[in-house]
Design a protein around this ligand. Structure first.
Ligand code: SF4
Length: 229
């Protein structure tokens, strides 16, 4: 099963702050100490990151009754994937992780230096996000070279694709152990700093959708504009 192990991670300090659940504009204006903590954590955390992606690109065999049947006999099901992937010619199913070293360091620092611990946590979250963005960009470029488009990336947990449905569907398709990821009975992943997603590939795709459109937090989340920047 193919792996990607050399995707570039482009992580900014603002992304580290966002990864801590903080608003970078507010933090920069009122809590410069936290900006310095994010800078320190990023410098310390970068060498610990081990970005790896395992993926499979599969042709769509059939779309029926909210079910995307793939060439290998596995299916992605539910209203979200059926709606967004209905015109896809193929689907890239992928799993990304940055490993568990950053998470372990964050946990070790929790008691002695909670601010540093949280900043390291933010680095891990930002790195995971950066890796999935880089992977989607990679597949977007591959598709573009063939005159094709890609959909917005869809992850289990978005509206219409609950984790208890989507995670097993993805893990049935991929060799998660190849990058050291396992699915827990809770449907969370270990290492925590991992993400699973699917991307549709086709000549005719509505590219106007944004991930926030399918997120249950979109009515209250204040990060949407920054997330889109
Ligand atoms: S609404 Fe958008 S920015 Fe906010 S949590 Fe959901 S996906 Fe993230």
């Amino acid at each position: 099963m193919p792996l990607l192990t050399n995707l570039p991670l482009d992580i900014t300090i603002d992304q580290v702050l966002l990864g801590q659940g903080a608003d970078p504009r507010v933090i920069r204006a009122r809590r410069p100490r936290l900006v310095a903590a994010a800078e320190r954590a990023l410098a310390e955390g970068l060498p610990l990151l081990a970005p790896r992606v395992v993926y499979e690109q599969l042709a769509v065999r059939e779309v029926r009754h909210e079910r995307i049947l793939l060439e290998n006999g596995h299916a992605l099901t539910g209203p979200l994937v059926a709606g967004q992937l209905m015109s896809a010619q193929s689907v890239v199913v992928l799993l990304c992780t940055v490993g568990d070293a950053i998470e372990k360091l964050s946990l070790r620092a929790l008691e002695s230096d909670p601010v540093h611990s949280l900043a390291l946590y933010g680095v891990g979250s930002a790195a995971t996000e950066a890796l999935s963005t880089a992977a989607c960009r990679y597949f977007g470029q591959q598709a573009a070279e063939q005159g094709l488009l890609t959909t917005v990336p869809l992850s289990p947990g978005l509206e219409g694709w609950p984790v208890e449905r989507g995670q097993p569907e993805i893990f049935r398709i991929l060799d998660a152990a190849a990058i050291g990821v396992e699915l827990l009975p809770s449907f969370l992943m270990r290492p925590v700093k991992s993400t699973s997603l699917v991307v549709g590939v086709s000549k005719h795709i509505d590219t106007s959708a944004h991930i926030c459109d399918f997120c249950s937090r979109r009515y209250t989340c204040s990060f949407q504009e920054q997330y889109k920047e």
